[in-house]
Design a protein around this ligand. Structure first.
Ligand code: DX5
Ligand code: ZN
Length: 218
C-alpha cells in the first residue's frame, strides 16, 4: 500500500491561496487537504465551497476536504459541486452518520469519517465497510500548528487491524519527527500543514515525509 501526503492549506498564505495550491502540486503533493471550519463545531472559521470552486480552477490535485462543521449533510453537495473528491466529516457532528455517508456516496464522492482525540474508536467501527477513509485526529481540531498527540496511536493501530486495506489518515502535528510513529501504527495518508508550508523547501519536506513513512507501508 502506498503512502499519500496531503499538505493542509490551512497553513498557507490565504491571500494567495490559488498559487499556494498550485505550488503544492509542483512540489509533489499527492492530495490537497482543505480544512473547512464553521465556528460552531470548532471555535474557528476558515472557508466555504465558493473558495474550493475557485481553487479547483488552479490545480488538478485531488481535493481532500475535511469538514469540521456541525451539519455536513446540509453542505456536502456544495463541496462536491465545487470539486471535492473526498469529503471527510466528523462522527461527533450533529447529523446522522449513516445518512451522511449515504448522501455523500450518492453524490459520487469518496467519503471519510473522522474522530477527535477523545472519541473512542468504537464510535466508527460499525461504519468501516461503508467508508473510503478514516481520519484519526492527532490534535484537537480547530487550529494548525499544535503538537501531535501520541495517545491517539492505539486508535490507528486498532483500525489497521480491523481494516487492512483502509485508507487511514492522521491530521495534526504531523512532521518529520512524528510521522514514523503514525506510519508504524498503520496510518497511510498524512496531512501536514506547518511541516510543509513552514519549510524553507516544501518539496524537500514532502519528499522527506514520504521517505520516512514509506518503509512502514509494506
Ligand atoms: C486542524 C486541521 C489540520 C491542520 C493541521 O484542525 O484539521 O488539518 O491544518 O496543521 P498542522 O500540520 O500544522 O498541525
Ligand atoms: Zn484537517
Amino acid at each position: 500500500m502506498s503512502v499519500l501526503i496531503s499538505p493542509s492549506l490551512l497553513a498557507a498564505d490565504f491571500s494567495r491561496m490559488g498559487e499556494e495550491a498550485a505550488r503544492m502540486e509542483q512540489c509533489g503533493a499527492d492530495w490537497l487537504h482543505i480544512d473547512v471550519m464553521d465556528g460552531h463545531f470548532v471555535p474557528n472559521i476558515t472557508l466555504g465551497a465558493p473558495v474550493v470552486k475557485c481553487l479547483r480552477e488552479r490545480t488538478g490535485l485531488f481535493f481532500d476536504v475535511h469538514l469540521m462543521i456541525s451539519h455536513p449533510l446540509q453542505y456536502a453537495g456544495d463541496f462536491v459541486k465545487a470539486g471535492a473528491q473526498m469529503i471527510t466529516f466528523h462522527v461527533e457532528c450533529e447529523d446522522d452518520t449513516a445518512e451522511t455517508i449515504r448522501a455523500i456516496k450518492a453524490l459520487g464522492c469518496r467519503v471519510g469519517l473522522s474522530i477527535k482525540p477523545n472519541t473512542p474508536v468504537e464510535a466508527i467501527l460499525p461504519f468501516l465497510p461503508q467508508l473510503d477513509m478514516v481520519l484519526v485526529m492527532t490534535v484537537e481540531p480547530g487550529f494548525g500548528g499544535q503538537s501531535f498527540m501520541p495517545e491517539t496511536m492505539p486508535k490507528v493501530k486498532a483500525l489497521r487491524e480491523a481494516a487492512p486495506g483502509l485508507l487511514i489518515q492522521v491530521d495534526g502535528g504531523v512532521s518529520a519527527k512524528t510521522i514514523a510513529m503514525a506510519a508504524e501504527n498503520g496510518a497511510n495518508v498524512f496531512v501536514a500543514g506547518s511541516a510543509v508550508f513552514g519549510a524553507e523547501d516544501p518539496q524537500a519536506a514532502i519528499r522527506q515525509l514520504r521517505s520516512i513513512a514509506e518503509p512502514f507501508a509494506g
